[in-house]
Design a protein around this ligand. Structure first.
Ligand SMILES: [Cu+2]
Length: 564
């Protein structure tokens, strides 16, 4: 049976094309003359309630924002600013959306981390053309957690997210209401989306500017924005504070912590609360991952905390562990990190400052809880099967898709464009006409994901939350259990070069023989370059028919264009 077309990706030898002088592409740091560094809290959307259904209405627009003094930056956003408002729902709510696209191009709105029908997922199939309104609806059926929404248009996800489209999607349940943790939105319970952006002299966003663009690590910037503000200042009262942190960056990994190694407690991962708070001083967060942390500031009145990414520290540690910056690739050993490490990764840099100077709010939390929730571990012995996914990056050509990751060579000051970097899963690029996997609804499966590339890849699966079984480095040292803070529910898992991660999940998706869910790398330029695949979740009785159709090329997913 030939379900994947291995011939599609042709690997050809390099031919070069003269693009221009290299200095034309060189990037200069801009003096950070920021307009306003006050921390802003994205507003909550007030839903309209119709027949018990909570309907959230918003639109997608071209907006402007002032990041640098006296200069307006053109951005995209949900509502009237950069990013978007926060959607907040309760478990078991009936929710609906009316999302109007006022851009001049197609987009989609993907609900990341949500358990929902594939046709409401907002992936590459649920296209919202200009001036059209998309109206997905479903019943929330998952535990309290910090989720988010962002575009997922095939080939253009990176660009649209980069230009400003992203928002929080928070779910509450009995556990979150019962726990004695900070829960006053915008006061002691704060959403924090961290993004890195690059600007030109006119303060306009630069996306994939050639020459200075990291060829295979994805799009990274040197200006750190938190909720759309550059390295902002957050004012909080002297009590326990809860930060819901989302790495909303296209490609950068953050090694988060406080200056002075102040202790904090991780209480939640992507899919909800951990069993108990995990005490940490550093926290590695890959693109699309979320964590909730508590910091006890009860005795910190009138102090200033600096929240940073200790990136240099992290990459130095990787180097000590055998990963190298540059140098030859060691077969069978640990790979080099040079491809994904840029100049900001080599320093420790500020993300935001926290001033403990606000008067105390009414509902004050002064201690860290001992216990949060119970998590039932999925058993390996209950898994029906193991599927293998190999992530690889190689040079070659692929003509019929938008290729972002060109390789450049500079000879005598001339930039030469050669082969492209192909980003593959199991040897193939994403193809809208190919269903890569079919899963029977309700099955427990193990997905064994191997990163065969020199760069890190955050692997994301749509529609479910999974558990990490183990991690195995490429040096033959054998599998190890996940760290305490990775023992909760996840939908995105970071894979280091040559690392293999086994995850286990119950595929209790909504069955659909037509619309697939996606799995992909969440470095958005890798996703757009094809490091993505599609899986159908079908009722067991439909499985054989669907498989036969796929073998006979009869089951090609259709795009849906929503109507007004
Ligand atoms: Cu990747």
């Amino acid at each position: 049976m030939k379900r994947r077309d291995f011939i599609k990706t042709s690997i050809l030898s390099s031919s070069v094309l003269v693009l221009g002088r290299s200095d034309k592409y060189s990037y200069k740091f801009i003096h950070p003359d920021y307009a306003d560094r006050s921390f802003i809290v994205p507003p909550l959307i007030e839903p309209i309630i119709v027949n018990g259904k909570r309907i959230f209405k918003f639109s997608i627009n071209h907006n402007t924002t002032e990041i640098f003094k006296g200069k307006l930056t053109c951005v995209l956003g949900y509502g009237d600013s950069l990013l978007g408002p926060t959607i907040r729902v309760d478990n078991m709510d009936n929710v609906g959306f009316e999302i109007t696209n006022y851009l001049s191009v197609n987009t989609t709105v993907h609900f990341h981390g949500l358990h929902l029908p594939a046709k409401e997922d907002g992936g590459p199939y649920q296209i919202i053309p200009p001036n059209k309104t998309w109206k997905p609806s479903w019943r929330i059926n998952q535990i309290a957690s910090t989720q988010w929404y962002h575009p997922h248009l095939e080939g253009y996800t990176g660009e649209q997210v980069y230009k400003g489209m992203a928002g929080f999607f928070l779910i509450d349940d009995e556990t979150s209401r019962f726990l004695d943790i900070p829960k006053t939105y915008g006061v002691d319970d704060l959403p924090v989306v961290i993004q890195d952006r690059r600007f030109d002299e006119k303060a306009q966003l630069l996306y994939l500017n050639k020459g200075d663009f990291d060829k295979s690590g994805g799009m990274k910037g040197y200006t750190i924005l938190v909720n759309g503000k550059p390295v902002p200042i957050l004012n909080v009262p002297a009590q326990v504070i809860r930060l819901r942190i989302l790495n909303g960056s296209n490609a950068r990994i953050y090694n988060l912590g406080f200056e002075g190694d102040i202790q904090f407690y991780q209480i939640a991962s992507d899919g909800g609360f951990l069993e108990k708070p995990v005490s940490l001083t550093r926290l590695l967060l890959g693109p699309a991952e979320r964590v909730e942390i508590l910091i006890d500031l009860s005795n910190s009145k009138n102090t200033i905390l600096r929240f940073k990414s200790f990136s240099a520290e992290y990459y130095d540690k990787q180097k000590l562990n055998g990963h190298q910056f540059g140098g030859p690739f060691k077969v069978g050993g640990t790979g080099r990190l040079s491809d994904s490490v840029d100049r900001l990764d080599k320093v420790n840099f500020d993300v935001m400052s926290i001033y403990v100077n606000k008067s105390t709010s009414t509902n004050v939390v002064r201690k860290i809880p001992n216990k949060l929730t119970e998590i039932v571990r999925l058993k390996e012995s209950d898994a029906i099967k193991t599927r293998n996914f190999g992530l690889t990056v190689m040079s070659g050509f692929k003509i019929n898709r938008r290729v972002f990751t060109s390789m450049f060579k500079v000879i005598n000051g001339i930039v030469l464009e050669g082969e492209h970097m192909l980003h593959l899963i199991n040897g193939v690029q994403m193809d809208m006409n190919v269903i890569n996997e079919v899963v029977k609804k309700g099955d427990i499966e193990i997905w064994r994901i191997t990163n065969g590339a020199h760069t890190t890849h955050p692997f994301h699966i749509h529609g479910i939350q999974f558990q990490i079984l183990d991690r195995e480095q490429g040096d033959g040292s054998g599998p190890t259990s996940p760290n305490e803070n990775e023992r909760g529910w996840k939908d995105t898992v970071l894979l280091m070069p040559e690392e293999t991660v086994r995850i286990i999940a119950k595929f209790d998706h909504y069955a659909d023989t037509q619309y697939p869910y996606m799995y992909h790398c969440h470095i958005l330029e890798h996703e757009d370059a094809g490091m993505m695949g599609q899986f159908l979740v079908v009722n067991p009785e439909d499985f054989d028919t669907v498989m036969t159709d796929i073998d006979n090329n009869k089951r090609i997913p259709l795009k849906s264009f929503c109507k007004i």
